[in-house]
Write a protein that binds this ligand. Structure first.
Ligand code: TPP
Ligand code: DXP
Ligand code: MG
Length: 627
């Protein structure tokens, strides 16, 4: 059955029983293929029937299906002619793990970051109406993504515009971890009307305790119960925002789903269909632990055992253990995550210090400014956030944190190339987007041992905002000091004295520079290797010494060249009048690096030890090379 589906049109001739058979085959395909490639298994297992129903009722690509986050679009890709490419999922030059317009006309909106689908849908609906076209615009957003502020901005506008737009709320009670927030609780009440019954009984028992004053109390009780019923059972929140609320419907029951989508398709104005699904549906290990199987590596199908990559502790785990340790004695520390407790390593902190841990949902803007608020009261907020997701809180970083010079520690994880998530998740812009901000300090360690010292230093630092950035994945396998050291702010570390050429390596590029220097040493070429440590403030004393001693400088960073650390060095020399200084910048070129392994991505952008060695050779004095 599945192999007969080459386009969504092929679905339209199937009956419900055939569609259910297809759903079973899709699940088997996902479980089988992702056990080898890895990927976002649980989210996709949860939307099999929903995706089938969407493509059955709507007419993609004329009708626009817009996936929020987009990690749950594998089934959509399977139904739109990309089955045979699934063995290349999230691999270099292979199938992207998110919607990708260049892959298919059915991918109408590219995502990777959460909560953008409703704004995009609003835009497409406005354009449709202005062009006099008649198509449906459908956004599919999860309950986690709905906690993102952008989603509310869009809903507010949708209700104002009253244009025909359908929002499918895929409610599985999960973000990556269990979803959080008052909205989540509200959705829970909508999911199970028992809530209404329970509250009704509580109200009744409460009112029984109040001395009756004539019939007034009885009337009040009735009105209160009616109000509660209206408030809790009919999706009033969405109705008051101007939506027609349909649901909740069982997101795994095809006839019900299709009827609800059909009704939505014929309803004028904004419609929200509340679909209840199970994340990981159909694969017991994923149903049992959809956090682990949200984004999973390779696993054994029979047991669900996820195959761990061996190696040194991850940078994330070193961050986690350091913050937990320091929080034992430093009561100022407050840890914050935006719906990523697992990914940022804060889950254990949350159970050890629940009163000092806050998961705000997918709300990086709120998290950043909330951290600023906490800092104004003398505490030390630590916002653990992926580099790419901090982009969502940029104005808050500028306007609330840096401008007010507040003591917020940004623990920036996934800094640098991230691999399989690709262009929407690369952590390569934060050096540039933070460097131009007055009062900001930016650090990156050369290895996991130095990470713990940088975190300690950043926690002792009370002169404003400070960012410690560290890469995805394992450390370098170095020994961990048992005592934390306070590092001098703005001072670099010369790892290898050398001559003629100085390689200024930032953070995780230090091992790359060291490997290049090892190769070059065998050729009698001995450049200086510097562990830069800070992209801001620069170690100007070192830079001016290098200038005075006639060095050529190579800057090396796993970040955008434009506006990055290297640019800062260039600016420094120019502003100090060293106009004849030769500075070669090595970093991420001016384009978005697509998915693949980090190794493949580094080779593509020229950040390998051989690339660095080649650069040094090209700058090495010719006479020395001949000798
Ligand atoms: C701005 C932003 N912050 C964080 C993330 C990381 N992230 C990816 S999926 C996800 C949870 C999404 O939950 P939901 O929308 O309910 O989808 P589900 O996985 O439950 O299908 C998060 C937090 C992101 N993609 N974008
Ligand atoms: C879809 C999404 O944005 C997250 O699931 C992200 O893929 C997690 O990245 P890590 O695997 O680096 O934690
Ligand atoms: Mg969810």
């Amino acid at each position: 059955m599945l192999s007969d589906i080459n386009s969504p049109q092929d679905l339209k001739n199937l009956n419900v029983s055939q569609l259910n058979t297809l759903a079973k085959e899709i699940r088997e395909f996902l479980i089988e293929n992702l056990s080898v490639t890895g990927g976002h298994l649980a989210p996709n297992l949860g939307v099999v029937e929903l995706t089938l129903a969407l493509h059955y009722i709507f007419d993609s690509p004329k009708d626009k299906l817009i996936w929020d986050v987009g990690h749950q679009a594998y089934v959509h890709k399977m139904l739109t002619g990309r089955m045979e490419r699934f063995h290349t999922l999230r691999q270099y030059k292979g199938l992207c793990g998110y919607p990708k317009c260049s892959e298919s006309e059915h991918d109408v909106w590219e995502t990777g970051h959460s909560s953008t689908s409703l704004s995009a849908a609003m835009g497409m609906a406005i354009a449709r109406d202005l062009k006099g076209e008649r198509s449906k615009v459908v956004a599919i957003i999860g309950d986690g993504a709905l906690t993102g502020g952008m989603a509310f901005e869009a809903m507010n506008h949708m209700g104002h515009e009253k244009r025909d737009v359908t929002v499918i709320l895929n409610d599985n009670e999960m973000s990556i971890a269990p979803n959080v927030g008052a909205l989540h609780n509200y959705l829970g009440k909508l999911r199970t009307n028992d809530g209404y019954k329970r509250v009704k009984e509580e109200v009744e028992s409460l009112l029984k305790k109040v001395p009756a004053v004539g019939g007034t109390m009885a009337k009040l009780a009735e009105r209160l119960k009616d109000g509660l019923k209206y408030l809790m059972v009919s999706g009033i929140l969405f109705e008051e925002l101007g939506f027609t609320y349909l649901g909740p419907v069982d997101g795994h029951d095809l006839p019900t789903l299709m009827e609800a989508l059909r009704q939505a398709a014929y309803t004028k104005g904004p419609v929200l269909v509340h679909v209840i699904t199970k994340k990981g549906k159909g694969y017991t290990p994923a149903e049992a632990d959809s956090d682990v199987f949200h984004g999973v590596g390779t696993y054994k199908i029979e047991s669900g055992e996820v195959l761990k990559t061996e190696g040194p502790p991850s940078y994330t785990s070193i961050f986690a253990r350091t913050i937990e340790k320091l929080a034992e004695t430093d009561q100022r520390i407050v840890a914050i995550t935006a719906a990523m407790p697992g990914g940022t390593g804060l889950s254990r902190f949350a159970s050890k210090y629940p009163e000092r841990f806050f998961d705000v949902g997918i709300a990086e803007q709120h998290a950043t400014t909330m951290a600023a608020g906490i800092a104004t009261q003398g505490l030390k907020p630590v916002f653990a956030v992926y580099s790419t997701f901090l982009q969502r809180g940029y104005d808050q970083l500028v306007h609330d944190v840096c401008r007010q010079n507040l003591n917020v520690l940004f623990a920036i994880d996934r800094a640098g190339l991230v691999g399989a998530d690709g262009e929407t998740h690369q952590g390569v812009f934060d050096i540039a987007y933070m460097r131009s901000l007055p009062n900001m300090t930016i650090m990156m360690p050369k290895d996991e041992n130095e990470l713990q010292h940088m975190l300690y230093t950043a926690l002792q630092y009370n002169d404003g905002p400070i960012a410690v950035r560290y890469p995805r994945g394992n450390g370098e396998g170095v020994e961990l000091d048992t005592e934390y050291k306070q590092l001098p702010i703005g001072k670099a570390e010369i790892l290898r004295p050398g001559s003629h050429v100085a390689i200024l390596a930032f953070g995780n590029m230090v091992p790359t520079a060291q490997k290049a220097a090892d190769t070059l040493a065998m050729e009698g070429i001995t450049p200086m290797v510097v562990n830069v440590r800070y992209a801001k403030p620069l170690d100007e004393e070192l830079l001016f010494t290098l200038a005075r001693d006639g060095y050529t400088v190579i800057t090396l960073e796993e970040g955008a060249v434009q506006g990055g650390f290297g640019s800062a060095v260039l600016e420094c020399y120019a502003q100090a009048g060293y106009h004849d200084m030769v500075v070669e910048l090595m970093g991420i070129p001016d384009y978005y690096v697509e998915h693949g392994s980090v190794k493949e991505q580094r080779a593509e952008v020229g950040l390998t030890p051989e690339n660095v060695a080649q650069k040094v050779r090209s700058l090495w004095p010719a006479r020395r090379q001949r000798a």
